[in-house]
Design a protein around this ligand. Structure first.
Ligand code: FMN
Length: 354
């Protein structure tokens, strides 16, 4: 067991991935109470909401937990690109008796632009903080480090891993192409090798001096044992936790995920403007039809995505939701968090005996 996690008295090499819109303070607390590391995601939240979520976790556990932030490049508004995208979506809005919004806006700020969030985090001082989509500026990292927090960063390549190490984070989350949700790639316009979890983990374990956490497609204890075997100090699991009763996933999302005979996933930029792995649904199919249209920047495109989901779900159609899931979706189980963790530990121990 790694000294890094021992420092926080985390006894299991399991991290529940932060999942904006899905993970909850209840889930994070249940996971941490079971001896793993629970996470909340505040990337889509305002500072006051983040404070409230942190207080909710603290009320339900006295163990360590992680608070996750989005550190994307500031979006550039492009009215023509946005108008063309809305026009592309218009027929679908009309099919639900609705109209596309007249214009789009960035629905949330990058942590790098959000001073109120920085103040809230310095005051609340959560034990672990993690970054997705990039790294905060050096002075912000220094302020967060001064709170005593352990810092983690999602990376998808060796270059990003080296940048995270140089910036002073304590460990990297090696996010393979299998992973559910948004790909943490720092610059989505740059060349992407689309490295798998196994390749990326091995590469980073060999080339970095800081510890590596493996993420992407890990659904059971056998998968966690494999990640540890190739040098990761822990595994971060997202999709495996979506169907826990403690999440806020809606019933249609749960049902689609648990339909293991028919479940498929695909990387799409149509929902939010950034690549993200989602269950194949009506929105991902529409995205393929509109492949010729450039997407507005993240998270401006997400404003349209959320409006379309709202219009469709008002008419009982839930296939336009951001149903993020990894390639391991067909292995998902619907168990309470504590039971899931006990099951993962049992499988991990059985796998380690071989
Ligand atoms: C529903 C969902 C939402 C996610 N939201 C976030 C997020 O807010 N922040 C983040 O760092 N990662 C997020 N991720 C990515 C996870 O951190 C992790 O990389 C991924 O879940 C690992 O792959 P797996 O889903 O196959 O386990 C999300 C993943 C899912 C499935």
């Amino acid at each position: 067991m790694s000294m890094l996690l021992n420092r926080l008295d985390i006894t299991l090499p399991i991290i529940q991935a932060p999942m904006a819109g899905v993970s909850t303070p209840q889930l994070a607390a249940a996971v941490s109470n079971a001896g793993a590391l629970g996470s909340i995601a505040v990337g889509a939240s305002k500072a006051d909401e983040a404070r409230a979520m942190i207080a909710q976790v603290r009320a339900a556990t006295d163990r360590a937990f992680n608070v996750n932030l989005f550190v994307h490049a500031a979006p550039q508004s492009d009215p023509l690109r946005e108008a063309n995208w809305l026009q592309g979506l218009a027929a679908t809005f009309h099919s639900f008796g609705s109209a596309p919004p007249a214009s789009l806006r960035a629905i949330y700020k990058s942590f790098d632009e959000d001073d109120e969030m920085l103040t809230a985090l310095i005051e609340a001082a959560p034990p672990v903080l993690s970054f997705h989509f990039g790294l905060p500026k050096a002075e912000r990292i220094a302020k967060l480090k001064a709170t005593g927090a352990l810092l983690l960063a999602s990376v998808t390549s060796l270059d990003e891993g080296l940048a995270a190490q140089r910036a002073g984070v304590d460990a990297v989350v090696a996010q393979g192409f299998e992973a559910g949700g948004h790909r943490g790639i720092f610059d989505p316009t740059a060349f992407d090798d689309c490295l798998s979890t196994l390749v990326l983990t091995r590469l980073l374990v060999q080339k970095l001096e800081i510890p590596v956490i493996a993420a992407g497609g890990i659904m059971d204890g056998q998968g966690i044992a494999a990640a540890l075997k190739v040098g990761a100090i822990a595994a971060q699991l997202g999709t495996a936790f979506i169907a826990c009763p403690e999440t806020s996933a809606n019933p249609a999302y749960r049902a689609a995920l648990l339909d293991s005979e028919n479940v498929h996933t695909v990387m799409t930029t149509a929902i939010s403007g950034r690549p993200a792995r989602c269950l194949v649904n009506r929105f991902t199919a529409l995205g393929e039809q509109l492949a010729h249209l450039p997407r507005p920047d993240y998270p401006i495109a997400y404003d349209a995505g959320k409006a379309l989901h709202a219009a469709a779900s008002a008419k009982g159609e839930f296939g336009y939701g951001a149903q993020w899931a990894g390639q391991g979706a067909a292995l998902a189980r619907a168990l309470p968090a504590r039971e899931l963790i006990e099951t993962l530990v049992g499988e991990m121990e059985a796998a380690r005996r071989f």
